[in-house]
Design a protein around this ligand. Sequence first.
Ligand code: SPV
Ligand code: MG
Length: 329
Amino acid sequence: MMASITRTAAVARSAPSLVRGLATWGPAFKKGPAVKKTTQLKKLITTPGQLGFLMEAHNGLSAKIVEEAGFKGIWGSGLSISAAMGVRDSNEASFTQVLEVLEFMSDNTNIPILLDADTGYGNFNNARILVRKLEARGVAGACIEDKLFPKTNSLLGTSEGKPLASIEEFSAKIRAMKDTQKDSDFVVVARIEAFISGWGLEEALKRAEAYKAAGADAVLIHSKKSDPSEIASFCNAWNGKHPVVIVPTKYYTTPTQTFKDWKCTGVIWANHNLRASVTAMQETCASIFKNENLLAVEPKVASVKEVFRLQDQPELDAAEKIYLPQKKA
Ligand code: SPV
Ligand code: MG
């Protein structure tokens, strides 16, 4: 034991840059980003006059790819996380199963994650427990929606006429979350499903007002229409009164400049990594199945070396030189 400690120290002295590299690796050794992830997220999506972007990820690998692309924040999409698990976006995945995925995503990145926390997985009590668990895992914020548990996906088109959570109950859930957070910059986004359920502008505005008063850091206004009329009507009436986040999956032809003109503060690109990977996997499987060889796909897929790089394999190779007994020459 003694010998190996002495040896480690000796190698460490002879390889200071390696040791510096190790100091920045992985969760256990990380000092953390210079600016807290919570503060980064808050600034990114709640600053008036500024539009921040969140890109969807659904596991540790896609989260890292989002960060490497240059995005400053991640959307932990419920649709994508559940789809990647092979289950429906109807709270079929348990709260702890989702948390486990989030932990991989958070450990693997230095940018903040806003979790799509559906309805908060229950009542105010479940939602406040969630905040505690997310803070412990370095997740910077949670977005909760005013549907009833178990939720259904907003783009399914099956929510028309369905009851929403009462304004009173949902506002109290927001308050419970804000009261629970230890980090004052942890972000709670309140998502309004009034348009999705066919309730209209008046109800959407009433809810936005209530959720702002309850302490939500931003409201998220959602629409399943392929034109932006509902979102435009909300934003024009709201006029930047409090930060607004949008999800233009359906009205994707609307120019991003228009979102700025509407005084939105955040945009979520909600599911495009999941959808891109579905297409890529379907095409790859079809080709290999048909040809019974790899010739057509090999030039189109990431190299194994690239997969190793994304897993940070070089760091482990370097660490082994320090921490594993080395064969004598
Ligand atoms: C998600 O990405 O899971 C969302 C956005 O909640 S939507 O699918 O449009 O409801
Ligand atoms: Mg969702």
